[in-house]
Write a protein that binds this ligand. Sequence first.
Ligand SMILES: C[S@@+](CC[C@H](N)C(=O)[O-])C[C@H]1O[C@@H](n2cnc3c(N)ncnc32)[C@H](O)[C@@H]1O
Length: 283
Amino acid sequence: MTQGAPKAATLASALRHASGLGLARLDAQMLLLLALGRTPHDRAWLLAHDGDALDAATHTRFDAALQRRLHGEPLAYITGHQEFYGLDLQVDARVLCPRADTETLVDWALELLPPQARVVDLGTGSGAIALAIKHGRPDVKMHARDFSADALAVAQANAQRLELEVEFSQGSWLDGVTGPFDAIVSNPPYIAAADPHLAALTHEPLEALASGNDGLDDLRAIIRQAPACLVPGRWLLLEHGYDQALAVCKLLRAAGFADVQSRADLAGIARCSGGRWPDRTPA
Ligand SMILES: C[S@@+](CC[C@H](N)C(=O)[O-])C[C@H]1O[C@@H](n2cnc3c(N)ncnc32)[C@H](O)[C@@H]1O
């Protein structure tokens, strides 16, 4: 017996059916719009047409999408889209779905970039951070790196579609990179290997999420490499886990960064930390 929406349903009864199976109303609306071939912005249309009949082909598409969502696949992978900082990004299982929390890092970077800044985004994934910075500040010379060729393909396709000029390279963090950069930004993997939250993220690439026993291996590597690639007086900005601000600030200070500080996300939780590489030229 299928768990899908009953045949000969209306749009409203299909949505009720999905809610009855435990799906959030917004998710159900997005999946139904996808099955109908309409854009995610058509929620008002859906409300106005909730008495319309669901034809068999739409029903089949809705049912398939519903099953994927009920099995825990992120909505963005099913629809193929995720909005980030006002940009429509195409995403799939090759990249982490960009999170709204990461907009805090972009806000911070945009505040402190000098004119014509050279910026690198490490572990760019879908390209979210690099593309948002380039969109907000077209004068920036933006470079984006990732270890994963699959992720780079997604990021490059997004850059091309959005007509944003970003230079891409494949490699591990700053290995072989000389810079110098006016800002290094990164949202690296930061979940501890044994963290129970990882079990709930089975659809996203593990290499985008997990980072050693304490979740800090990649943050340590970036903090170690960054000083050699930063213009003195410029910034390294990092996203990290909800409980890692103190540890990351400690690592930044130990590496010699000045003005070390953290920024809170919309929920008031310190989710980004950064520091300025000191200008050591004598006054
Ligand atoms: C948490 S995801 C962030 C993706 C994207 N920046 C965002 O904010 O949505 C981390 C990214 O780092 C990449 N990554 C993991 N290890 C890496 C390494 N050693 N060097 C470069 N990138 C790496 C992963 O492929 C993944 O795309």
